[in-house]
Design a protein around this ligand. Sequence first.
Ligand code: FAD
Length: 465
Amino acid sequence: MKEISCKLLVIGAGPGGYVCAIRAGQLGVDAVIVEAGKPGGTCLNVGCIPSKALIHAAEEFEKIAHIAGGKDPLGIKVAAPTLDLARTVAWKDGIVSRLNSGVAGLLKKAKVKIVQGWATFRDGKTVEVETETGTQVIRAETVVIATGSAPVELPFLPFGGPVISSTEALALSEAPKKLAVVGGGYIGLELGMAFAKMGSKVTVVEALPRVLAQYDAELTRPVLKRLGELGVEVMTGAKAKGLSTKGDALLVETADGKNPKIATDKILVTVGRKPLTEGWGLEQIDLDRAEKFIRIDDQCRTSMRGIYAIGDVTGEPMLAHRAMAQGEMVAEIVAGHKRSWDKRAIPAICFTDPELVTAGLSPEEAKALAGEIKIGQFPFAANGRAMTKQREDGFVRVVARADNHLVLGIQAVGQGVSELSAAFGLALEMGARLEDIAGTIHAHPTQGEGFQEAALKALGHALHI
Ligand code: FAD
């Protein structure tokens, strides 16, 4: 049995863990990272990157199919396209593999030791790792838990056969003819829409009265319209109940007590993700929990001195950039820096068609906090760039305090608005007022002008509406 000691041990090399280890290494902290799978975690291997690759391929395919249909006014003529999904998946795997090597290279450059294997706690400062060459014991002054999350399985629809999670959905070699998606959250709708574009007949089954229930109804309206255009059937207030005996239909119970069967080839279950807190000796150290997650304070400290936790294992919002921000902060704290972070400025993106972006507070939350608020909303139907891209659906909305015009929240829905999230985050992070956004010269013609116009609208003098 080999033993090593280090200043910092990071468990899990997802976006939280690898960023933490790289930053620690840059600061001269002697760091070791343990990873059971491939560097990059859920995000890089079976999450953000592969899903966006598939979404891009589906968008391109649908665009060409639409033009081939002869109804597009651009004057382009093409023959009907075909899709070799196995090749698409191989291309996606190539991107993942390049980024895997990139992360490993960055860890090496920062002089972080990588140990490959499954880590188990012996006590709060010691873990055992089963590596290919035997058991490795690692003692550390400080430990960062960054073990991430896994898809939630429904007991009456266990994964296997036709029932798949997002992980398997990203590796299919053929688009299923019929696909039922259980759970109308962001992962279900991103993937459901992608498969609809690739030709699958998609049905979304959602127990709540609305899909994308965390967003306000006005924001999701353009997405619902597009779902309709793509022929996606959305059943809300409907509960999935199980699989038919032959395995070729999803059993559902609707709000009015009916029990329809949805004929389907695959059932994609996307009902949430659970933190990975079991199977690796966490019970040995008995950390405080906040429901199923590890409880942390504002600087990611757990209830045990010298143990931090970051990323999905600590709760919502389960987003890669939140995990990275926490990882960077913890590395700097371990290196002796004073650090804190502003959680209010974490943007969230739903890569549906059109995309949704939220940063800061919703109008309701802002009203509850500030009392009187000002709201400015600018539709892409009045934006020249959106017209030239044939995508006039959606809008940008800015929410600010009425008394001093401090911007509290920004929301947008529209094709390509994910790229505006950086500007939204910056505005919130820097404590922008409506006048700051309105007074910033935005290049023309861009969708970003919608952001400026929304601020102008809140001030009562929009120029282009
Ligand atoms: P993870 O990325 O889950 O990494 C944890 C790592 O720890 C894993 O590699 C695991 O193998 C390792 N590990 C666990 N236990 C042990 C152990 N005992 N020993 C050794 N190693 C261990 N987020 C976004 O921000 N944008 C998106 O567009 C987005 N799209 C997504 C799409 C899908 C389909 C999915 C599933 C997720 C998506 N997410 C997205 C969420 C994002 O992937 C997660 O929020 C992010 O990966 C969390 O990072 P993490 O570092 O906390 O954990």
